[in-house]
Design a protein around this ligand. Structure first.
Ligand SMILES: Cc1cc2nc3c(=O)[nH]c(=O)nc-3n(C[C@H](O)[C@H](O)[C@H](O)COP(=O)(O)OP(=O)(O)OC[C@H]3O[C@@H](n4cnc5c(N)ncnc54)[C@H](O)[C@@H]3O)c2cc1C
Length: 495
């Protein structure tokens, strides 16, 4: 929290910034600083100022000053990350790119030239008008910016078939913390000159450089899609179908598993006066969620003939494992099936008012062990551990639910999260598969990495950012999120 009001008592650094840029670019009002003080983790730390650069020259000016005067810089897109990565925990200046919305598509080269504030959905929608699409599809795509998704190497629902953000980047350009312009890669399809700094920036959470432009890869849009929802008595039965699908060579664009604990949350919700009618009012869905079970949401895509053939094979497979499955007959029905997945996250608040939201990954060999463990953990700590996630790539969102004002529950949640992370590593997995480290995962970094690995990573940070101005406090410094009060604030993606 800034100790003084920058509007009336600006620091010497802020005075220098205000002298260097026109006043509309440097905002110090309370409302705008509050908005930039938090992200989807909902911990608030006020920056001294929010800077809205007009162009690259402004970015260079800000960074040169900040580097000279040792002012923390936190780049910001939509603030939708869930780890506190965009929270300006050391104050300083937030560099806000939300208005950097220009982009251009080259349909022949199948490339997009983008500024960082373009949202994933804006790019994908425009690409589809050209018969193309941008495959990385985080659940937040309506809001998340390309700058933020590049900095987090965001994944999404179609990750197993189409990969993650990193797989769609030809080039990045932007600035080192010194304010020097750099370009990593080009708009060419191959590039192996020098070290691969482009990939080092991707997923570095704004700690190594500031992205002001990117060249991204687009793919031809699939000609057909087919969406299924299937329900099973137990998580183990749903996992059996996942395994069989993979063994039989299915390559679904989406294979989402929603566990039985999550569907029990739907049940509680269904009986509340504020139940969402779009979910419980639709006949297809109300049939599915009439009693708890584990669900699989499956989407096949590709050439129409290929989809038709896979669809028949999948129907046959589902028939062997459950009586309860449905294949959407049109886009409206597919959207209805999707509501089950979309509502999963919100439905968990029937259990408690706060969640520790993890995005761990385990190898295929450990799926069954992980799901058995979430139930074991639930019973041991006495807190709900509802889980859903991307079953084709092993990236599961395990949640630990607790009431934030109940200190004893918070302690159990803390114990649970430590145990979960240790178990994930023991199962050969990873503590984060798409959200990144930020503040929330920092305490677990040493479970994942050896001292030598951490030393190597920190050496890179120190070499590129010797004054430590880019997003300080993130990744490396243990931070106990569960000890910090969350802001009760409505964010754009809250429904
Ligand atoms: C409802 C919901 C669903 C979600 N679903 C998914 C999902 O399916 N998959 C997934 O991966 N994530 C998901 N997320 C998390 C989030 O949307 C992603 O982490 C996304 O990448 C953040 O983008 P943003 O524009 O909001 O970035 P911000 O939150 O603003 O910033 C994220 C990080 O990027 C850095 N950054 C931002 N812009 C720049 C820049 N120009 N240069 C350098 N660094 C920069 C910031 O400093 C910060 O470290 C979800 C979030 C919500 C709220």
């Amino acid at each position: 929290m800034a100790s003084r009001d920058p509007a009336t008592e600006p620091s010497e650094a802020l005075k220098a910034l205000q002298a260097a840029l026109p006043s509309p670019c440097v905002r110090t009002g309370d409302a705008i600083r509050y908005q930039a003080s938090l992200d989807n983790l909902r911990l608030s730390h006020l920056p001294e100022a929010v800077v809205r650069p007009r162009d690259e020259e402004d970015v260079a000016t800000v960074l040169k000053l900040a580097n000279r005067l040792h002012v923390p810089i936190t780049a910001r897109g939509a603030g939708s990350n869930t780890t506190g990565a965009a929270t300006p925990i050391r104050g300083g200046w937030v560099l806000d790119f939300a208005e950097w919305k220009q982009f251009e598509i080259d349909p022949v080269a199948r490339m997009a030239y983008v500024q960082p504030g373009v949202t994933v959905q804006e790019l994908d929608t425009a690409a589809r008008e050209e018969g193309l699409f941008y495959p990385p599809d985080p659940g937040s795509k309506k809001y998340a910016t390309l700058g933020g998704t590049l900095a987090c190497n965001a994944g999404g629902l179609r990750g197993a078939k189409y990969g993650v953000t990193r797989d769609y980047v030809y080039a990045l350009e932007g600035f080192l913390p010194t304010g020097e312009f750099v370009r990593w890669g080009a708009d060419t399809k191959k590039y192996v000159s020098g070290y691969n700094m482009r990939d080092l920036w991707i997923g570095s959470e704004g700690t190594l450089g500031i992205v002001t432009g990117a060249v991204l890869k687009l793919l031809p849009a699939p000609g057909a899609q087919s969406t299924f929802l299937a329900s099973f008595e137990t998580d183990a039965a749903a996992l059996k179908v996942v395994r069989t699908m993979l063994e039989q060579g299915f390559n679904p664009s989406i294979l989402e598993l929603i566990d039985r604990q999550t569907s029990e949350c739907f049940q509680i919700w269904a009986h509340k006066p504020d139940r969402p009618e779009h979910l419980f009012g639709h006949p297809i869905i109300s049939n599915f969620i009439s009693r708890p079970g584990a669900y699989l949401l499956i989407e096949l895509d590709g050439h129409p003939a290929e989809v038709a053939q896979s669809q028949l094979r999948l129907e046959e497979l589902l028939r062997q494992h459950t009586e309860k499955w449905y294949n959407a007959q049109n886009a409206e029905e597919a959207e209805a099936l999707w509501q089950v997945r979309r509502a999963s996250s919100q439905s968990m608040f029937q259990l408690a008012d706060t969640k520790l939201n993890e995005d761990i990954v385990v190898p295929l060999r450990s799926y069954e062990a992980l799901f058995a463990y979430t139930l074991e953990l639930r019973d041991r700590i006495g807190l709900g551990t509802p889980t859903f996630g991307h079953a084709a790539d092993g990236n599961f969102h395990v949640h630990i639910m607790y009431d934030r004002k109940n200190a004893e529950q918070a302690l159990r949640a803390e114990k649970g999260i430590h145990e979960l992370m240790a178990k994930v590593v023991e199962l050969g997995g990873v503590i984060t598969g798409e959200h990144g480290v930020g503040l929330a995962k920092a305490p677990f970094l040493s479970l994942q990495h050896s001292p030598a690995e951490i030393r190597a990573m920190r050496a890179i940070k120190e070499a590129l950012d010797p004054n430590g101005i880019l997003n300080p406090g993130k990744i490396w410094e243990p931070f106990k999120v569960w000890e910090h009060p969350r802001e009760e604030v409505r964010l754009p993606w809250d429904h």
